[in-house]
Design a protein around this ligand. Sequence first.
Ligand code: NZQ
Ligand code: ZN
Length: 387
Amino acid sequence: MLNFNYRNPTHVVFGKDRIAELDQLVPANAKVLITYGGGSVVRFGTLDKVKAALGNRTVIEFGGIEANPKYDTLMQAVEVARKENIDFLLAVGGGSVMDGTKFIALATQFDGDTTSLLHHGFAPVPVADDKVIPLGVIATLPATGSEMNAFAVVSYKGGKFPVNHPSVYPTFAMLDPELTFSLPKIQVANGVVDAFVHVLEQYATYPVDARVQDRTAEGIMRTLIEIGPITVEEPTNYEARANLMWSATSALNGMIGVGVPFDWTTHMIGHELTAIFNIDHAQTLAVVLPSVWRVLKTQKQAKLLQYAERVWDITAGDEESRVEQAIVKTEAFFQQVGLKTRLRDHGVEKAQIDTVINALEAHGMTALSESGKVDLAVSRQILDMAW
Ligand code: NZQ
Ligand code: ZN
């Protein structure tokens, strides 16, 4: 196992009918900015419940944070937060709202050029802890893990940029599976696949004898395989949605990622596909992951064999065929929940792969994967195969 530090300060408040507890979770004298997306939380009544729970606190709202939140939209919220001297942010929504709110938390008291916050890659952005506005979240879409991590992804000028800082862990994360009942099927499927791929980006690398992380990762994947199709087909199945919600949070709250190598190639290529072709985040992952594995199967062989056996019970055949069977099973699972696994099925022309390669180059994505060996030529192979 590799050396690691682990700290996760987010207080998880899990279960149904707990919105009234916001009164204890949000500081009593806080001036609160509630942030939300395109209106689902208004339509389904969540916003009214949240405001009622906040009682006499001064509350201001900022709606309209779009999927794949844009820097320009978030800066409008930053203006509001500055003008109103907001001292607590409350995100009510999916990954885009939670991520956008983390950026607002970092940018509001930032003195310099706020676009510079987008250019630190996976390194923490240089903001003093006491200049970050504390935030809480009410998650309405189980997918990204944003509710219990310190990452955000912000869209700006045709790119998607990771932003992270230890002070943007939500102080609390309210996870009520019933709030997910109103999700369109496709968003549930997206969530299943996003969570599954988060696990794999931290698992399908090379072995370091990290048994707790591996077995936990395998448990989350087997859970998603069991409940994924049910969560899509049965919107009000509370237990299925509860298991999906905790799987998605557990996939990216750091627990399975400590002490192990990580990949993130699928995500980095996927982010370019979202930015260029406006394909939903998880749908890009369903397209890219199988090809990443087929191209990198030698580098990843030991872990892919372990995955084949422990997640899909594949034990027959030679090593190469077991790896291929596991890839085929994975693709079939993505399709079963309702996602496409080919780039051309999203209307992308083969010639447009050049645009993706140019974007990867422009964003410095030239040494991806756990080995750092995925350069632009290898990314092209992956994209050609995914087409
Ligand atoms: O905007 P509203 O009206 O709320 O509608 C949203 C949106 O249209 C809707 N929705 C959310 N909850 C709902 C609901 N509709 C009905 N009922 C509900 N309960 O769902 C749509 C998609 O929402 P969005 O927040 O965009 O989806 P998701 O949670 O998948 O987030 C995607 C974003 O997260 C980033 C992605 O890159 C993308 O920008 N990620 C963040 C990560 C992180 N912070 O660690 C990691 C991920 O890999 C990912 O990159
Ligand atoms: Zn993701």
